[in-house]
Design a protein around this ligand. Structure first.
Ligand SMILES: [Zn+2]
Length: 159
């Protein structure tokens, strides 16, 4: 399933990419959003009721996101059947550009990350599109914390 998100949904779009959803984001013009959705067979996610109506008239699958809050937006998508499992990096796409992320050897990032990072970590990933390098540092841990919250919400507490 390929997606396109409107400009109101930046945070949601980045997280959908982390969860492995091919998500276009960054197109400002409504007409261009609709054209791209049609051409590339993408489902539209939008906060804009009018845009969703226009999309549906054109035969584009579209979901109107009601909430402003990120967590509630995730809940809305869960109700639409979206699944959120196995966060970054197993199936992730680059949150910056939607490119595919692959593991790379430590050698390959030798001169591309700060020396302290190189010394401290053994696990690295690279975006095949924009070249951004990822490692399990502080930002990553923060993502995992939010991921747990997203995925465990609504489940009973065990232990
Ligand atoms: Zn990238």
């Amino acid at each position: 399933m390929k997606l396109i998100a409107d400009m109101m949904l930046g945070r949601l779009a980045r997280w959908l990419r982390l969860y492995g959803y091919d998500t276009l984001y960054g197109i400002e013009e409504d007409d261009e959003i609709l054209r791209t959705a049609l051409e590339e067979g993408r489902m539209l996610l939008s906060r804009d009721e009018e845009l969703v109506k226009r999309a549906k008239k054109l035969g584009i699958r579209a979901i109107l996101i009601d909430s402003n809050s990120f967590e509630a937006q995730i809940d809305e998508l869960k109700r639409e059947g979206f699944e959120f499992a196995e966060l970054f990096p197993a199936n992730a796409r680059c949150p910056k550009c939607n490119g595919l992320i692959l593991p790379v050897s430590k050698d390959e990032v030798r001169n591309k990350v700060p020396e302290s990072i190189y010394q401290k970590y053994d696990e690295f990933y690279i975006c095949t599109n924009c070249g951004q390098i990822y490692w399990p540092g502080r930002q990553w841990e923060e993502m995992i914390r939010i991921d747990r919250k997203i995925r465990n919400k609504g489940k009973p507490n065990v232990g």
